[in-house]
Design a protein around this ligand. Structure first.
Ligand SMILES: Cc1cc2nc3c(=O)[nH]c(=O)nc-3n(C[C@H](O)[C@H](O)[C@H](O)COP(=O)(O)OP(=O)(O)OC[C@H]3O[C@@H](n4cnc5c(N)ncnc54)[C@H](O)[C@@H]3O)c2cc1C
Length: 478
């Protein structure tokens, strides 16, 4: 008979329930019992409404169909992110005011070559249509409002993510997990005892004790187990990323909303717009060193064209990562392991990767710590790779209309990789070789870097051609 082994997941936010479901799927057959502890005194963060295409893989792994979860979570499809006003306005070339960062489709193999060719032409000093949008299928689909379930790619594939209500997604996953056999305990942990192996026992407010072989710290920004109890240091990303605060305000949904997140640059950060079926999630991610919370709220309301009647939520963000994501018998996941600001909506993607990689390393090491170092290197590199790409948005933008934007584009905020990449691009050299050699293409493919650098018009001369029409290849989806 298999011996029962306990895994305690502290935290019932999205990270806690995603972790618990994945752990249950892979480890319950080996005799592990998963318990989630969540507090009704301490809520979940309740923002985080956009995903990458990886979330589809998560639902596929669990065998959950879109028709089963999407309506319950007010979810919509997401084909990518539209970046608006991240460049200095150019009245002669208004078409350069925004660009779309697409999720990839298999058809891009044909069309993206032409986009790259246009970029290389510009680098050599000749005018070319370098706005990314017309070359990418998912940009076309969002423009035409065609949902993924309405197209057939004849054996090809088109990546997409989702927008969702994070409270409802958490509740859905909690419900699903409990039906599979995950135990849920509503309690607030008041004391944690450690031992040589790491975490020994958690004490709830009613004196209940929680023992386990493994502990998952999904307790949010505070990092109660890994950071506070096991003293694993937190490394801030403040040198590269200035934003440390956010405000969220929901608004009414329009009849027709594009299947994309919008990220619009404001005076001291950027505003998100995320359409759900029930409402639109909006927010302003900003640096408190450049604007105070009242002024930021006024600016967001002004941007949204709304008065003070709808309530605003103010949040602080702790941006960085722990120095080890798995230490002794404790793994941190979600905000407890780190956070890179939400510009590319990568947090849940990192949750999923962390748990999947953990399960792989743990089982490969025959349920020991054997592959702990390799796992930690892997997850740390993922955080750093995503940080490089997100920092690139600020370094590549040529906005200089506020103190914030002047500061954000300073070379001193560039990561070492970013410094190299920008130099290669600006001197017309091959960034692909650099991305591949340093394995950066694992986090963001070369095409994403081309979209970003061309989208921000990182060319030494400014002979932009108007965008080309939508690529002829897409006509069959019209
Ligand atoms: C402004 C902003 C925008 C974001 N946008 C996105 C996005 O678009 N896409 C994306 O993927 N991510 C986004 N994120 C990140 C996303 O919100 C989080 O990664 C996600 O919600 C997971 O949070 P969590 O579960 O780690 O923490 P939380 O939601 O904070 O959950 C913590 C849990 O721990 C429990 N807990 C804490 N202490 C105790 C205790 N002592 N005893 C018992 N229980 C305890 C709480 O009850 C709660 O259940 C955003 C974050 C911010 C700040």
């Amino acid at each position: 008979m298999k011996k029962n082994k306990n895994i305690i997941v502290l935290g019932g936010g999205t990270a806690g329930w995603m972790s618990a479901n994945l752990l249950h799927l892979k480890l319950a057959p080996l005799g592990y019992r998963i318990t989630v502890i969540e507090s009704d005194d301490i809520g979940i963060i309740g923002v985080g409404e956009g995903s990458t295409p990886q979330l589809k893989v998560f639902f596929d792994l669990l065998g959950i169909q879109e028709q089963d979860w999407m309506p319950k979570c007010d979810a919509t499809y997401k084909y990518g992110i539209q970046f608006r006003h991240w460049c200095k306005p150019d009245p002669k070339r208004p078409f350069l005011d925004d660009y779309f960062h697409p999720f990839p489709a298999s058809t891009d193999a044909r069309t993206a070559i032409e986009f790259m060719h246009a970029c290389h032409t510009m680098m050599q000093g000749y005018p070319a249509p370098v706005k990314p949008d017309p070359y990418f299928l998912t940009a076309y689909l969002t423009h035409k409002n065609i949902a993924p379930c309405e197209i057939s790619l004849n054996g090809g594939s088109c990546n997409y993510g989702y927008h969702f209500d994070s409270y409802k997604l958490g509740a859905f996953l909690a419900d699903f997990g409990q039906k599979q056999g995950i135990k849920r305990c509503v309690d607030t942990i008041k004391d944690v005892k450690s031992c040589e192996n790491g975490i020994a026992v958690l004490h709830g407010k009613q004196q209940t004790q929680y023992h386990g072989e493994l502990f998952f710290d999904c307790s949010g920004f505070q990092g109660l187990l890994l950071q506070q109890t096991l003293n694993v240091p937190f490394e801030s990303f403040a040198d590269n990323l200035l934003n440390d605060s956010a405000i969220a305000i929901p608004t009414k949904r329009e009849n027709l909303e594009p299947m994309q997140t919008q990220a619009t640059a404001l005076s001291s950060g950027w505003a998100w717009r995320i359409p759900l079926t029930s409402r639109v999630g909006n927010g302003y991610v900003y640096s408190s060193h450049f604007i105070d919370k009242e002024a930021a709220e006024d600016e967001l309301r002004n941007h949204l064209g709304i008065d003070k009647s709808s309530p605003a939520r103010h949040l602080k963000m702790k941006v960085g990562q722990v120095s080890k994501h798995w230490h002794k018998n404790c793994v941190a996941v979600g905000l407890a392991q780190g956070f890179i600001e939400p510009l590319e909506a990568t947090a849940l993607h990192l949750v999923q990767e962390t748990v999947v990689q953990f399960i792989g390393a743990y089982l490969a090491g025959k349920e020991t710590l054997h592959f702990q170092d390799a796992f930690n290197d892997n997850i740390r590199s993922r955080f750093l790779g995503i940080k490089d790409y997100i920092s690139a948005h600020y370094c590549a933008s040529n906005r200089c209309d506020s103190k914030y934007w002047k500061e954000a584009s300073q070379a001193k905020h560039r990561t070492a990789h970013l410094q190299q990449l920008m130099q290669l691009w600006q001197t017309g050299q091959d960034i692909n070789a650099y991305l591949t050699t340093h394995k950066l293409h694992q986090y963001y493919p070369t095409m994403s870097w081309y979209c970003l650098l061309a989208g921000y018009q990182q060319f030494s001369h400014r002979q932009f051609e108007s965008p080309s029409p939508w690529h002829a290849h897409f006509s069959e989806y019209a």
